[in-house]
Design a protein around this ligand. Structure first.
Ligand code: ADP
Ligand code: MG
Length: 249
C-alpha cells in the first residue's frame, strides 16, 4: 500500500508516445506510481505493455513525453542514464541469467561492477537475498541446474541486489508451470507487502486482485482504464476490458 497518497510520484510517465516506424505503439501514456504502490498493467497481446515497460528504462527511446524518477527526468544516455537505470530493476519472462556464472556471481556482478560495492559485501548481501527468495542453498549452483521458478527467483534477487527504487516485471511467470508460478508470485507478494514499488505486467488475475493497488488497462497503446482491482474486476467500464476479462478469466 502506498505509504502516503499525497507524496509526489516515485515514477511518472507524462504524454509518452512511441512509434516503430509508421506504427504508433504508445499514445500519450500518463502513468504515476507512488512509493510503495503496486500497479498491474493489463492488456491484450500487442497492446504495448512490454514497450511501455521498456520505455521506462530507456531500453526503447520515446518520441514524445517525459519519464521522471522521483521528479528527476530519466537522462537520455551516458553515465547519468546508467546511474538512474540502476535504480529501476527489471525482471523478464525469460530470466536472462548468465548461464556460465553461478547464482552468487549472477547476483553480485552488477553491484560490484556498476555500483562499486566491495565483493565481500556484495556476497553477504547476495546470501541474504537468496534466503529471502527461498534459495539459501543454491548460491554455487549454475542456472541450468535450477528449475524455471528457481531461476526467476534468482533473477528477482539479482534485481534487488541493486537496491532499486522501483521494480518492473514483464510477464515474470509466463514461462513457468503453475507450481513454479506460485512460488514466484509468493516472492512478489512479499516484496509488495514490504513496500516495494512495482509495475507488473502479468496475466495472473489472482495476483492482480490480491496484490495490486491499481489495475491499468492498455488498449492499442492507450490507457483506457485505471482503477483499484476490486472495481476493475467487478465492472470494467470499457468493452475492450470486458472482452479481455471474458477471455482470460
Ligand atoms: P505487448 O507486450 O502488450 O504484447 P508489445 O509492447 O510487445 O505488446 O508490442 C506492441 C506493438 O509494438 C506490437 O504491434 C509489436 O509488434 C510492436 N513492436 C514491439 N517491439 C517492436 C520493435 N522492436 N519493432 C517493431 N515493432 C515492435
Ligand atoms: Mg509483452
Amino acid at each position: 500500500m502506498p505509504a502516503d497518497s499525497t507524496s509526489p510520484p516515485l515514477l511518472r510517465l507524462g504524454g509518452v508516445d512511441k512509434s516503430f516506424g509508421a506504427h504508433q505503439v504508445l499514445h500519450g501514456i500518463d502513468l504515476e506510481l507512488r512509493a510503495g504502490e503496486v500497479v498491474v498493467l493489463l492488456g491484450a497481446s500487442g497492446s504495448g505493455k512490454s514497450t511501455l515497460i521498456r520505455c521506462v528504462n530507456r531500453l526503447e527511446t520515446i518520441d514524445a513525453g517525459e519519464i521522471l524518477l522521483d521528479g528527476v527526468p530519466m537522462p537520455l544516455e551516458g553515465r547519468e542514464l546508467a546511474r538512474m537505470r540502476a535504480q529501476v530493476g527489471m525482471v523478464f519472462q525469460s530470466f536472462n541469467l548468465f548461464g556460465h556464472k553461478t547464482v552468487l556471481e549472477n547476483i553480485t556482478l552488477a553491484p560490484v561492477r556498476v555500483r562499486g560495492v566491495p565483493a565481500r559485501q556484495a556476497q553477504e548481501r547476495a546470501h541474504e537475498l537468496l534466503a529471502r527468495v527461498g534459495l539459501a542453498d543454491k548460491a554455487s549452483a549454475y542456472p541450468a541446474q535450477l528449475s524455471g521458478g528457481q531461476q526467476q527467483r534468482v533473477a528477482i534477487a539479482r534485481a534487488l541486489a541493486m537496491e532499486p527504487r522501483v521494480l518492473l516485471f514483464d510477464e515474470p511467470t509466463s514461462a513457468l508451470d503453475p507450481e513454479m508460478t506460485n512460488e514466484v508470485l509468493d516472492v512478489m507478494s512479499e516484496l509488495a507487502r514490504e513496500g516495494m514499488t512495482m509495475l507488473v505486467v502479468t496475466h495472473e488475475m489472482g495476483f492482480a486482485r490480491r496484490v495490486a493497488d491499481r489495475v491499468v488497462f492498455l488498449d492499442a497503446g492507450r490507457i483506457v482504464e485505471s482503477a483499484p482491482p476490486r472495481d476493475f474486476f467487478a465492472g470494467p467500464r470499457t468493452d475492450r476490458a470486458r472482452e479481455f476479462l471474458s477471455k482470460i478469466l
